[in-house]
Ligand binder design. Sequence first.
Ligand code: XUL
Length: 556
Amino acid sequence: MAAVPPGSLFLGFDSSTQSLKATVLDCNLNVIQLDQIHFDSDLPHYKTKDGVYRDPSDNGRIVSPTLMWIEALDLVLQRLSKSGLDFGKVAALSGSGQQHGSVYWKNGSSSLLSSLDSNKPLLDQFRNAFSISESPIWMDSSTTAQCREIEQAVGGAIELARITGSRGYERFTGPQIKKIFQMQPDVYNSTERISLVSSFMASIFAGKYASIDHADGAGMNLMDIEKKTWSKVALEATAPGLEEKLGALAPAYAVVGHIAPYFVERYKFSKDCLVVHWSGDNPNSLAGLTLSVPGDLGISLGTSDTVIGISSDPKPGLEGHVFPNPVDTKGYMVMLCYKNGSLTREEVRNSCAQSSWETFNKLLEQTPPLNGGKLGFYYKDHEILPPLPIGFHRYILQNFNGASLEGVSEQEVKEFDPPSEVRAIVEGQFLSMRGHAERFGMPVPPKRIIATGGASTNQSLLKSIASVFGCGVYTVQRPDSASLGAALRAAHGWICNKNGSFVPIANLYSDKLEKSSLSCKLSASAGSDEVASKYGVMMKKRMEIEKRLVEKLGRD
Ligand code: XUL
């Protein structure tokens, strides 16, 4: 295996919903520098709220300004440079993008990409590069009709899941493209290339269109997950002439090319610096958490909450998603995704805990596990899993003792007292994860859970996960596993490239995991088996109520 030259650095980015982060790893895989641009506060002129625009005139339409991501890129590089990073030492860079979001390059933009003027900021040069200035993102839920049309055209929801790893989902890029093709055919026709957020950012660094990688490509309802090629039937069901606009797919560990002269001249990168394909945030987190054992579950608590695991024989169905593993040639990752994550916890914190996490945690700790049978469903935004509209629903279970559901009935109530409300949202979110993970065939109980994402620094939340799932909860040193994973993947891509063929990622860290920034530690010990078993009973009731809510209120 090629050795990394001493002193080399690897740079990873995470272009997420609310921010652009950067993580720098040294050749011993230790984080030596971090920076972050927060869209709302660092780039206030875009007037985003939580990094997005919610369009009140179009039910469920949620977008972000594409140029904001470009301006953030110049800004984060300036900050890294000011804090002393020697870009000349970066051997390779890669990144993570919020999954599913898409960028529409106007006809003629490829020549623009390859001829950037290093005397000018990126923003000035890309102002006219896009046929759509507001990128649809993963929070969008305005494409239910397109999802059903695509499912029908390929032979049903199950068939679409069998081919592409997921049934039709509103936020997935295929339905988003279909909506644009149907509503704005001129815009579609004036688009020469469609990128995901991940391949869009990689394209800027490489100065040419970068491929969509297999892992993020699986989040589009367009890729055949077994063959790792575009699925003809899904393409045809979506829009004409689409394959040409998407370009070829590539493995996440492959190299796009050398960094563009713009960055060599403006930021003093070495011209040998490699740009490794970017991928989605969840695939990058899988890499950053070094998830490699089928009994491990990753839980990411961020703008979205996700549950991720690995599998060699996944069974795509009507729930959950299957993506190729970004750091393996054969395996897959399985995932559940919730739209109501941190922003919804924050809303309950603001209404019940004086906008303070400290108070929120106190209220959580002062209430007993199982919350005296109180169960809540909290959707500040249209939820993905289950597919329910905005709304809060609260129930009290009568005659609930945790042993069985015999004689247990539920009574709907309008509100809970603040401490119960806090416990109800937390337990509700984790019970839903446990219930759906079990139904999707993920390991329950898991051998261990590795938690990540901004809210994984909250010890009270970690304790609740441990007691709902009945297993130990581990954390890595840094909660931002997506940008850490991207930096690690940059190193992986560099090694694969120098080696001339794929190298298992574990070869990079097998002898130094404990001493590197990738090591994880036990943060909350497993709760008691008795409590976990009672949660199991409560979870069954929750799944029953959820089914009824979906029948009554759900999309589809
Ligand atoms: C995954 C999903 C979210 C976004 C958040 O399917 O929609 O987790 O990737 O950035």
